[in-house]
Design a protein around this ligand. Sequence first.
Ligand SMILES: Nc1ncnc2c1ncn2[C@@H]1O[C@H](COP(=O)(O)OP(=O)(O)OP(=O)(O)O)[C@@H](O)[C@H]1O
Length: 257
Amino acid sequence: MTLNLVDVSMEYHLRGRPTRALDGVNLTVSPREFLCVVGASGSGKSTLLSLVAGLTMPTRGEITIDSHPITGPGPDRGLVFQTGSLYPWRTVERNVAFGLELLALDTAERARRVDWYLAETGLADVRRSLPRQLSGGQQQRVAIARALVCEPDVLLLDEPFGALDVQTKEDMQLLIRQIWRDTGTTVLMVTHDVEEAVFLGTRVVVLASDPGRVAAEVRIPLAEDRDLAAKRTPAFLELRASIEDMVRAQHRGGVIR
Ligand SMILES: Nc1ncnc2c1ncn2[C@@H]1O[C@H](COP(=O)(O)OP(=O)(O)OP(=O)(O)O)[C@@H](O)[C@H]1O
């Protein structure tokens, strides 16, 4: 699976006034990559993800998956937002199974997949609970399991851990990295948290603001086997500082212009 964005621009019109959220973005996400997109607030991170999800269409340019243009949402892309995307009246297992209802799978395969992804995300014990009976971290696990159960070509994550406390967030970072390694899925994640991006990503893209465009791409040369202690190593801290400087510089550039 190769995801390609070619000269993608997006302009919103709010009460007749245009806002150029993205301008001429070119980006390729290769199979099995974990690509993190960072940038200051308003640099177009969420816009980029909603274009790839097919929730919005670009005003210019083309987005393709394996050369097929994206024309709307589809089961080849699994999407996880920051909060609030679960069905409150469905149990954990029925939330996870939801995506499968749209796919033509036999009952045994459905049950197998739900069981596997509940176990992979550590939810087996709470499978019959309702979302309101879960912690914030558990709710995000359900959202991740529900996106993964369709075995999408690419998992799209929009600040999925942004609303969690630090410890839960770090647990979730370890979990998503484990899932990425276990399943071999491709991940495209947007976050404003540079530490998170360096810890999770195989590559980090920095967006400039106003209009959003690709300012830099940084390959993360850290070992694939990372634990939280990796965040305190000199190589990690150096990468984090240099990317934070890029984000800050791009933001200032945007403000000054
Ligand atoms: N539906 C919309 N209508 C009008 N303008 C919009 C809309 N969505 C986003 N924008 C504008 O497009 C620009 C990019 O917004 P976007 O939400 O993609 O940025 P972001 O990097 O995700 O920001 P944040 O980190 O704050 O979530 C901003 O100037 C924003 O105000």
